[in-house]
Design a protein around this ligand. Structure first.
Ligand code: NAP
Ligand code: MG
Length: 400
């Protein structure tokens, strides 16, 4: 059998711990036997980030701007304990944060669903996609601890040195203050990314903020979305037979619980952080949640939503065979290969990605799965496989 050829390389960002092990196996067992894989490889493993003073992360993001499509393995975001464990020069920033700051854009989180795992929310028949704004708010905040009485003010000085000044609080004792921002440019690209994605998927789009309380900050998000929708997307949505719906965040939460799914739910940065874990858990497992960063300039970065699965890695290091679920990482690869195929007009590559997804889902439907899923699956004859056995079971279905 001849392998599928690629023209333009994928940007491959390797990572850490158990997911790094899975990464190598996925390539070895499920991709390289079928595709003449062309990648530009960046090792974002913590050791290499430390060695390069984290330049490797910036280079990987810049390569994504050059080639258009990246696939990323989960990576450690170091904390004090990791600085010790890896003897780091510095507590490097989150690679995802660095990459997002360079590519900008919106993160779409989509659960992988299988019929033998029923969502915990009974009404959900179809996947719910979370579209998370990936810039600003509390993630780029400035915080201050107030030690005692005093006045906190919000001051803005424009480029002509005109000043506006508002009192935040007259403190009569200790407290806390936080300053946050966002930019219209980023909100606009968030809105367009969501509208485009909804049209692409032919699914309705919901957006929610707390504009009744935050009459300027959140209201700006609401207004920007509405204006862009009315001016650029209303007709296209009508033609596609889908709707854009705005409501308050608490109302959205209540409605989501009663919906049947099949919705793209656009969330501000923090709401998206929280809601994506809730949605992933309710659909069964964090190990079944995929993630794609869509930049306003048309760059795509695919990854699993979960982390490096540290607990399993330590067992692996002790020589134990683990049953870590590779599904979200497989789907990161298929997403990236499919997008590469679409951009370079290689139908065989798109078709291969579809077949790999189908074979992976079929393996689970046939009762062969990793431990996390076996605990949830509604099937009589479930068999728990190790990660490698599971990948080989998928390959056996690809070969037929
Ligand atoms: P995690 O790696 O997502 O794992 C948390 C727990 O969820 C695991 O211990 C495991 O539960 C379960 N789990 C997650 N993915 C699984 C999979 N594929 N198969 C089976 N079970 C899975 O989160 P964490 O332990 O909080 O973080 C570990 C490291 O990952 C941290 O250093 C963090 O910085 C990093 N991280 C990276 C990213 C990213 O690169 N996008 C995202 C989040 C976290 P059991 O132990 O009960 O089996
Ligand atoms: Mg989170």
């Amino acid at each position: 059998m001849s392998k599928i050829q690629m023209n333009v390389p994928l940007v491959e960002m390797d990572g850490d711990e158990m997911t790094r092990i899975l990464w190598g196996w996925i390539k070895e067992i499920l991709i390289e036997p079928y595709v003449d894989l062309k990648t530009e490889y960046y090792d974002l493993g913590l050791t290499e980030r430390d060695k390069t003073d984290d330049r490797i992360t910036v280079e990987a993001a810049e390569a994504t701007r050059k080639y258009g499509v990246a696939v990323k393995c989960a990576t450690i975001t170091p904390n004090a304990q990791r600085v010790d464990e890896y003897k780091l020069k510095h507590m490097w920033k989150s690679p995802n944060g660095t990459i997002r700051a360079i590519l900008d854009g919106t993160v779409f989180r989509v659960p992988i669903t299988v019929s033998c795992i029923r969502p915990f929310v009974r009404s959900w028949q179809k996947p719910i996609t979370i579209a998370r704004h990936a810039y600003g708010d509390v993630y780029k905040n400035v915080e201050h601890i107030v030690d005692g009485p005093g006045r906190a003010e919000l001051v803005f000085t424009d480029d002509l040195d005109n000043e506006t000044r508002q009192t935040i609080q007259q403190f009569d004792g200790p407290g806390v203050i936080m300053g946050m921002h966002n930019t219209n440019k980023s909100i606009e690209s968030f809105a367009r990314a969501c509208f485009n994605y909804a049209l692409d998927q032919k699914e309705e789009l919901w957006f929610a903020t707390k504009d009744t309380i935050s009459k300027k900050y959140d209201h700006t998000f609401k207004d920007v979305f509405q204006e862009i929708f009315d001016n650029e997307y209303a007709d296209k949505f009508r033609e596609a037979g889908i709707e854009y719906f705005y409501t308050l965040i608490d109302d959205a939460v209540a409605r989501i619980m009663r919906s049947e799914g099949g919705i793209i739910w656009a969330c501000k940065n923090y709401d998206g952080d929280v809601m994506s874990d809730m949605v992933a858990a309710a659909f069964g497992s964090l190990a079944m949640m995929t993630s794609v960063l869509v930049s306003p300039d048309g760059y795509f970065e695919y990854e699993a939503a979960h982390g490096t699965v540290t607990r399993h890695y330590y067992k692996y290091l002790e020589g134990e065979e683990t049953s870590t679920n590779p599904m979200a990482t497989i789907f990161a690869w298929t997403g990236a290969l499919k997008k590469r195929g679409e951009m370079d007009n290689i139908p065989a590559l798109m078709d291969f990605a579809d077949r790999l997804e189908a074979a992976s889902l079929q393996t689970i439907e046939d009762g062969q799965m990793t431990k996390d899923l076996a605990l949830l699956a509604d099937l009589p004859n479930k068999k728990v496989l190790t990660s490698r056995q599971f990948l080989e079971a998928i390959a056996s279905r690809l070969d037929v």
